[in-house]
Design a protein around this ligand. Structure first.
Ligand SMILES: *Cc1c(COP(=O)(O)O)cnc(C)c1O
Length: 221
């Protein structure tokens, strides 16, 4: 078997990210977040053994059930919350996660700021932008982004960058480019964008964090 035939999904995706970063002449690091929502510990443990350290979950409850055990003996694991967060779960999210990618409204900013003060712990925050301005989609409307960032800064949230989920079924590149422009306009370095189908495009357009699930784990259960 050649090396490429033997390569695991994690090795292949890591290599694809490196290729895309090189193509775009990037020197800053790109973090691969392995999106382990719905996956059991049996599927996650081999990735940890292979060296993967950043993981993404959609639900506070599910992460709270799965991760304390998986984290045992792996204190360098970083957990990212990538799904919508209810304000009443802010305390739990701040205790469990190292980064929160779904900050999208003032009430949540207020709840997170209070939770962080209480816990003395300050996970990195990404402001989620509804980059296609789609009705019923999470994220702050593009027109309201500047105002929400002002609130986040006033509340002393550690804002690391912006996050988006582009509209389904259309070419994502223009949306990734727009998110990158918004981040630059606001002096933010972090760009959480790109999933299994489009992470290479996202990396060429500046993603600092790609969120990859099915390409790593196979279909969700
Ligand atoms: C599930 C999910 C992902 C991963 O999607 P895949 O297509 O499985 O890679 C990324 N980001 C968010 C916000 C998700 O909910």
């Amino acid at each position: 078997m050649t090396i490429s035939e033997a390569a695991t999904p994690l090795a292949q995706i890591t290599a694809a990210i490196a290729r895309a970063a090189k193509l775009a002449q990037r020197r800053d690091p790109v973090t691969l977040i392995a999106v382990s929502k719905t996956q059991g510990t049996g599927a996650i443990a081999p990735l940890i053994a292979e060296g993967q350290r950043s993981f993404g979950e959609n639900r506070v409850q599910e992460a709270a059930a799965k991760w304390p055990g998986l984290r045992d003996g792996n204190p360098d694991i970083r957990l990212h919350l990538i799904g919508q967060l209810q304000s009443n779960k802010a305390d739990e999210a701040v205790a469990l996660f190292d980064a929160i990618h779904s900050v999208d409204r003032l009430s949540l900013i207020t709840a997170l700021a209070r939770a962080m003060d209480k816990a003395g712990r300050r996970p990195d925050c990404f402001v989620q932008v509804n980059i296609g301005d789609e009705p019923q989609k999470g994220g702050v409307a593009t027109a309201d982004l500047a105002g929400l960032l002002g609130h986040a800064r006033a509340a002393a949230l550690p804002v690391a960058g912006l996050m988006c989920l582009p509209p389904a079924g259309v070419e994502p590149a223009p949306y990734f480019a727009l998110l990158a422009k918004f981040a630059a306009d606001h002096g933010l370095d972090g760009l959480s964008m790109g999933m299994s189908g489009d992470f290479e495009t996202a990396v060429t357009l500046g993603a600092t964090h790609v969120r990859v699930g099915t390409a790593l784990f196979g279909a969700r259960h």
